[in-house]
Design a binder for this molecule. Sequence first.
Ligand SMILES: CC(=O)N[C@H]1[C@@H](OP(=O)(O)O)O[C@H](CO)[C@@H](O)[C@@H]1O
Ligand SMILES: [Mg+2]
Length: 544
Amino acid sequence: MDFEAIKKCSPLHPKPAGLALQYGTAGFRTKAERLDHVMFRMGFLAVLRSKATAATIGVMVTASHNPEEDNGVKLIDPHGEMLHPLWEEYATQLANAEEQELQKVMTEICQKEAVDLHKDSLVFIGRDTRPSSKKLSQSVIDGIFILGGQYHDYGLVTTPQLHYMVCCQNTQGQYGKATLEGYYQKLAKAFVELIKQANSPSSGDSQRHLKIDCANGIGALKLMEMERYFPKEVLIHLYNDGTKEKLNHLCGADYVKVHQKPPRGLDMKPNERCCSLDGDADRIVYYYKDTTDHFHLIDGDKIATLISIFLKELLVKVEQTLKMAVVQTAYANGSSTRYLEETMKVPVHCVKTGVKHLHHKAQEFDVGVYFEANGHGTVLFSKAAETKIRQVAKEEKDDEIREAAKMLENMIDLINQTIGDAISDMLVIEAILALKGFTVQQWDAIYTDLPNRLLKVQVADRQVIGTTDAERRVVAPPGLQEKIDALVKKYKSSRAFVRPSGTEDIVRIYAEADTQENADALAHEVSLAVYHLAGGVGTPPQPL
Ligand SMILES: CC(=O)N[C@H]1[C@@H](OP(=O)(O)O)O[C@H](CO)[C@@H](O)[C@@H]1O
Ligand SMILES: [Mg+2]
């Protein structure tokens, strides 16, 4: 390592004095102007990780659903998965090291991980459409350059597209071609093959219209590029395409999910199928309004349920003993968990918030469906499951069984198995609706969501909240869990929990109950308890 060069260049990317950041639920995230040094240093870390794994590593510059002024960065590991937890710690140490400590921290990482500095390294870089992203990704490149690493800059891409590229590269093309063209072709081919199998005239409209709120982000650009690969049966209409308004402002998947209302800038007629992506296009939620103007949200839980119903039917047909399970977080609506477990008889597992936890758990099954309620999720097929399915699709004599296996095969190719991907998930959903001849209303009617409310509370130090049991109970501060238990007892079919956010400087409160009024009241009372027992700052939370 050329420490002289590092010493010379590092002051060009100075760390604001006293600033300490943490590699959180989805990498570093804060105001863009505080991130230059982090980007530069993540360039270093990506090179070291690449050398340590002898594989290509990804660096994505994005702050997803955060306001336009924020930015962030996350590293992508060799198979397209999130960065290894140990390296998250190194990332935090490196980002927070004062100038004079940099050499020591880097040397320590190299020693602990036995990094051979003579090895080659390659880093793939991508960024979202934020005004600050271009400059920040240049700082990542500066860091890579100083360590003598190779890089390829994909420029503007969605987060899942960069995950896909990394996986393609490290599987020597087995997963696909590591180009945008390769991504579009792979998905479009699987999608076209799938909907070809929807041959009955009852399979929904012959032309399927879908209105898409692109959150004024990267999703709009990439859908425009991809549109020419779509078959004529699919007609997408893009809104909030970033030409007029600000990223994520009053629109996008997070806004729609949290506020349970339609985004601004999308004109929605009764019963029209609509969806929203988030700022880096790794999340999607669907919705419609009925003839009485009532808004119906179809969130990640209902997406997971639709996909599970479809996959389970096919798995039964191909008569394989493949084990399917669904992975959720504590935010999953209670009705979805009940439907999956009791009606569908599918095992459901609850893990901590953050895709890395869901992904990890889903890897334990032949077919692991995972979704966060906010619409971030995908399906993982084990190697053994994939091999079996492809074999049945090729060799089976029985037409019905072979066709079912072929559908599964196309699903495997259509789903981005590296990470939740709004574009891929959208095509999966559109294909399933077409194949099952389902309208958006029929999909929505699978089960009825329990009314729920998500709130935030500002506290002096959110780390005073300690959680257990997949974040469903708190162990600190003292008395808080007892208070929550007492409040929950006051309402029917209710549940509530709190946890410190990993992406924002706040504590999140979630409550569910038999009516919206009760869910709102419970959420409010719990937020007051957090405010009083966990060091709330500013004015106490007000009722909704
Ligand atoms: C309640 C909620 O939606 N939390 C989100 C949010 O994490 P927090 O740690 O809650 O801030 O951002 C994460 C990254 O996008 C996402 O994985 C997660 O589900
Ligand atoms: Mg996102």
